[in-house]
Structures are given as C-alpha cells and as structure tokens.
Ligand binder design. Structure first.
Ligand SMILES: C[S@@+](CC[C@H](N)C(=O)[O-])C[C@H]1O[C@@H](n2cnc3c(N)ncnc32)[C@H](O)[C@@H]1O
Length: 431
C-alpha cells in the first residue's frame, strides 16, 4: 500500500501521479486527490494501482449513482459531474494531439453534449457462469473477461434496459446459457429492437452452441424485439424483420445484423451535420463535384453528402454494411452515390481521379494508418473531415497529413459516451 496525489486524468480513464519517482496510474481518482492505493502490476515502468481509499477528496467528487460503478468495466467517470467530464475530455484531447502528434491546438474545441444517461442504443451483454455454475448476464470487469452480473444499466436506453431486466430473470437465463453474447440495438425512437445471439466457440474455434431457432422465436416475444439474428461462426440466420430502421436528420437508415451503426442515440443528426458541414464551425459549407466517404458504414454521412456533391463514393469494407449503404442510397433515390464494398486501402490503390473536393474519414480505433494516408495524400483532396473515436491514432494520422501540407482548421468534441473515457471528435483539414 502507498499514498500518492493524483495530478491529472489521462486517456483511458485513469488518474496519473507519481510515487518514489515512478509514474502511477489509478482509476476512479480525481486531480488533486490524495489516494491510498495498492500496486496491481507494472508495465513499461508505469505502476498500475487499485485505489483503496480516498484520503483527501476533490470538491468535484460526486457519488456515483450506479451500484456497479468500480466493478463493471463500462463506466470510468461516474464519480465526476458530466460537465466536468467533458472539460477533462477536452484537455485530454488537446494533450494527446500535442504529445503524440506534436500538434499545438490552442483554439477552442466546441463541445457537443446531450443527456448523460440512457443514451446507449446498443449493448453487448455477456453471458457466463458464476463460481456456483449459475448462468448470469452482465458486462465484463475492466480489462478482463470476468463477468459482473448486472440487473440494470443507467446509460442504456429505457427500452434496452427493460429488455436487460427481463432477460436476467431465471426462466430466461436457463435459455441463454448456451450463448456467449447478446447484442441489443434499438431504433431512434427506442421502440423497435434488433437482437443478435452469438454462439460459444469450442477450443478449435467452431460454434459450440446448438441451433437457436427456439430461443430466437422466444426472443421475438420480448417487448420491442422485431428481429433476432442467430450467429454461429460464419452462419447467420435472421428471424423476424431482416433489419431495423434508424432515422437521423433528414434520412432513414436501414441497419441489418452485422452492419455498423453509431451506439449513442442523442447527437447523431448533429454529428452528421458537422461532418457534412451544415452547421460548420469553419465557414462555408463544402460542395462540389466529388466527395469520398471512406469508412461509410450504412451511409450516415454518405447520404447527406449526396445532397451537396455531384457524386459521392461510399467505401465500406464490411459486406453487410456496404449492402445497407447501397440500399439506403436507393431508398432515398440518391443515384449519385456509388457504394464500394472494399477496404479504403484497396479502393485508394485503384482510384485515379485526383483532387476530390472532400474526403470523410471515420475509421475504427486503429485509425487510417500510413499506407492508406500516403495514397490519400497522393489524391490531394481539397478538404478532409476526420471523425475519430480514438485520440492516439487521430494524433498520429493528423501529424502525417499536416506534414504533407494540410492545415488543421477546427477540432470539435462530441461527448457520445458520458461517464466513459471515450472521446469522439471531428477535425477538419484543408490545404
Ligand atoms: C466507426 S465506423 C463508421 C461508420 C459510419 N461512418 C457511421 O458513422 O455510421 C467505421 C466503419 O469502417 C468500416 N471499416 C473498417 N475497416 C475498414 C477499412 N479498412 N476500409 C473501409 N471500411 C472499413 C467498418 O466496417 C465500419 O462500418
């Protein structure tokens, strides 16, 4: 056991301080707090510790409303008011750009925030067995596969939380024991829900769970559930509706099992407007001959872009998302959209037309990476709008683009996931 004073919050949710010349990271502490902690492990010279007691509390500390906070790995910041969380997230974003990208951003970072509770329209519930062999449903503890049984979750939409409450009843748990994960996804009105049941795998990686038709049909009787996908390895069978519809801004998006869609329900139209530049912080809305949307999903940005550009190419590596993107373009009669079902890298390798007016990048946590960025820089787009869910890879990718002659025009923060460490941002570059 040792005592130390937390100095600042860092990306990932921990507080950082020093003890006997070593850097210490501890969860659930706030800057200025004196904390008694216990070392858990040391990695790359950094001590990762568990907080035992707060000896001197910060005036900013609040009581976490969720009884699972500190055990469940879902939330990191419930001991801090939502407004202060966003202020810290801004600092962390700025600091990450500086430290990892050597980018000094002293200008404002406008903040987009909404209700800090009941915002998640998607959840992946874990199914497992406790020490006594009983089946339980919940979420994993932080950085582990240790299941924490959960009765209710304050950040889930009311509909999804009600389904969680239902599924954790004994008669359901006995049906769910054969599955490893249950995905829930609600529509924009929090009325219709799509479920996916994922099979356990045997040691050779093959699906170990049998069939699933009976339990899928039973799931369709849950309030709001209209579609149930049963996933066994590569096999996917869907019962009920083949997809759900999600309205955001002026568009309605078909989202099928296996397709990506944003997991927070309050700021979607605002995000799409910022990315496609209605309501831009940086002046004139873009428009022109050609826009590329390189990690397009089911077309959240591709569709609004098609109102502003003569042609829009949406590139999406996941075949199911790409099929939804094509269907969504057709349903809105946007014949100027081309949906390309391949990776951004493969697309860029072949694409010959230089100087697109705008390229939208919205990669997964791994970021875009140098091979694709090199090809992209070769096309010399006039503007780039980068939507990021992971500041470290954003900093790396922006540094590359700035070195290739782009300037950073604006940085905005979307607090999609209050009480968690996640930081979503939209940055705009031009040359
Ligand atoms: C963060 S999501 C964004 C999707 C969409 N822009 C949205 O907001 O709904 C990232 C998307 O990129 C896709 N993806 C992942 N790697 C990719 C790659 N190398 N090339 C193209 N798309 C990729 C994923 O399937 C996913 O749909």
């Amino acid at each position: 056991m040792f005592e130390f004073t937390a100095q600042k919050l860092v990306y990932g949710g921990d507080a950082l301080g020093y003890h006997q010349g070593r850097t210490v990271l501890v969860p659930r502490a706030l800057p200025g707090e004196r904390v008694a902690a216990e070392e858990v492990r040391t990695a790359k010279g950094v001590v990762h510790a568990r907080p035992l007691r707060v000896l001197v509390a910060s005036p900013d500390r609040v009581d976490p409303p969720c009884p699972y906070f500190g055990r469940c790995g879902g939330c990191q910041y419930q001991h801090l008011g939502a407004d202060l969380q966003t202020a810290y997230k801004r600092d962390i974003l700025r600091e990450t750009l500086r430290r990892l990208g050597r980018i000094t951003w002293d200008r404002d970072i406008p903040l987009h925030a909404a209700s800090s509770w009941q915002y998640r329209n998607q959840a992946e519930l874990k199914v497992g067995r406790l020490g006594d062999g009983k089946v339980a449903l919940g979420f994993f503890a932080a950085e582990s596969h240790h299941l924490i049984p959960i009765d209710a979750c304050l950040i889930l939409s009311p509909r999804l939380d009600a389904i969680l409450g239902e599924l954790r009843r004994a008669d359901w748990l006995s049906d769910l024991g054969g599955w490893s994960e249950i995905e829930l996804a609600a529509d924009d009105r929090d009325e219709e829900v799509r479920m996916a049941l994922r099979a356990h795998r045997d040691p050779a990686g093959r699906p170990a769970t049998q069939d699933g038709e009976q339990v899928a049909v039973k799931c369709l009787a849950l309030p709001g559930v209209v579609s149930v996908a049963v996933e066994r390895g590569r096999e996917l069978r869907v019962f009920g509706k083949p997809s759900i519809s999600y309205a955001a801004g002026d568009f309605v998006y078909q989202v099928s099992p296996g397709s990506f869609f944003q997991a927070s329900r309050f700021l979607l139209a605002e995000l799409a407007a910022a990315v496609t530049s209605e309501g831009s912080q940086s002046g004139a809305p873009p428009g022109g001959a050609l826009a590329l949307d390189l990690y397009a999903g089911v077309g959240l940005f591709t569709l609004p872009l098609a109102r502003r550009f003569d042609r829009v190419i949406g590139v999406e590596a996941n075949a199911r998302s790409a099929a939804d993107l094509a269907a969504n373009a057709a349903a809105h009669r946007l014949s100027n959209i081309r949906a390309v079902p391949e990776s951004a890298f493969d697309f860029l390798r072949r694409f010959a037309q230089t100087e697109p007016d705008l390229v939208v990048l919205d990669p997964p946590r791994a970021g875009v990476g140098f091979p694709s960025l090199k090809l992209l820089a070769g096309l010399a787009p006039k503007g780039i709008h980068y939507v990021s869910c992971h500041p470290p890879t954003l900093a790396r990718d922006l540094a590359f683009l700035i070195e290739r002659g782009y300037q950073l025009d604006s940085v905005e923060l979307f607090d999609f996931f209050p009480h968690t460490f996640h930081i979503e941002s939209v940055t705009r570059l031009s040359r």
